[in-house]
Design a protein. Structure first.
Length: 324
């Protein structure tokens, strides 16, 4: 089969197509004929060498397609099912076939296309889990950075469903500002405005955002922290697309009465059954029209490097997919 195999860490052009053996599903696993693979920022981090990972490997943590084989101890009724699934081991989703644990293969509701299902399954589950971890109360204001991105756009939508008073989307540029409004942000601020943190406070009657979810880190996180409400505001960090984690001043945080929460770590620490339940809920919410992902672009396998460049350069509005 054709697959992307990474033999060295580096820029996007280390993603090269090779002929590799079709993997065989082991006990409790299924083999999926991949029609769509998701591209997460985690794929970018690993490929660039910023996270320890053995070489060589086939990237891609999530796939959508049909189950074509089931390993021992697996329900044979899964064969032929249309699923989204999390891949296992070194056999990732940037390939024509990928292996997944059967318990992590979710049947796709008939109302959803595979592109939509892949775009919403893992990202929607993360949005659901992170908001549960930071627990916005009805009527509280919520600020989401990278609000036009794959996860940010779903956080904006989910916060609205949970009854947030004011949902504020922070983005970079006019196109992303328009997209954030379409996703449901009540107020949109632009990183390119030097006073955007002050704009957040203005939009919240001077208080600041009760809940902040930051995926960017660096200078953006500094401004987002400045825009967090004193006396009980919660700052949830879950990424560093800028290349730097948020720089935190413990004395200032303590003096202002803020809570800093590693929301992504809380999600990953949940029991596996609860994480699977979040994926199932994300798919159900998508089928009901309450979580609507946007697909920025779908790239063929041979252009995986271009797909990574788009995500790494933060050029995408919504999800970027790969179609083997």
């Amino acid at each position: 089969m054709k697959a992307i195999r990474v033999r060295e860490f580096g820029p996007p052009d280390v993603l090269r197509v090779e002929d590799v053996e079709i993997p065989a599903p082991a006990e409790g696993e299924v083999l999926v004929a991949v029609e769509v693979a998701g591209l997460s920022y985690g794929d970018v981090i690993v490929r660039s060498g910023r996270y320890p990972f053995p070489l060589p490997y086939v990237p891609g943590l999530e796939v959508g397609g049909r189950v074509v084989a089931a390993g021992p101890g697996t329900d044979p009724a899964l064969v032929g099912a249309r699923v989204v699934a999390a891949t296992v081991g070194m056999s990732g989703g940037y390939a024509e076939f990928a292996v997944a644990e059967a318990v992590n293969a979710h049947r796709v509701p008939e109302a959803l296309g595979l592109d939509t299902a892949v775009a919403v399954a893992q990202s929607g589950a993360l949005a659901i889990g992170m908001l549960a971890a930071i627990a916005p109360r009805p009527g509280e204001s919520v600020l989401v950075t990278a609000a036009a991105g794959r996860i940010g756009s779903l956080l904006v939508q989910r916060a609205g469903v949970l009854g947030a008073g004011t949902v504020i989307g922070a983005v970079g540029g006019g196109e992303k500002a328009a997209a954030a409004r379409e996703f449901g942000a009540d107020v949109v601020v632009d990183y390119t405005d030097a006073d955007w943190a002050a704009q957040v406070r203005e939009a919240t009657a001077g208080r600041g955002a009760d809940v902040v979810l930051d995926a960017v880190g660096g200078d953006t996180a500094v401004q987002a922290l400045a825009a967090t409400a004193d006396g009980g505001g919660r700052f949830g960090l879950y990424g560093f697309t800028s290349g730097r984690w948020a720089e935190l001043d413990p004395l200032a945080i303590a003096g202002r009465g803020l809570a800093v929460i590693g929301v992504l770590g809380i999600v990953f620490a949940k029991p596996a059954a609860e994480q699977r339940a979040d994926v199932a809920l994300a798919l159900a919410e998508a089928a009901a029209g309450r979580l609507v992902p946007r697909v920025h672009a779908s790239f063929p396998l041979e252009r995986a490097a271009d797909a990574h460049a788009a995500v790494e350069g933060r050029a995408n509005v919504g999800a970027v997919l790969i179609a083997p």
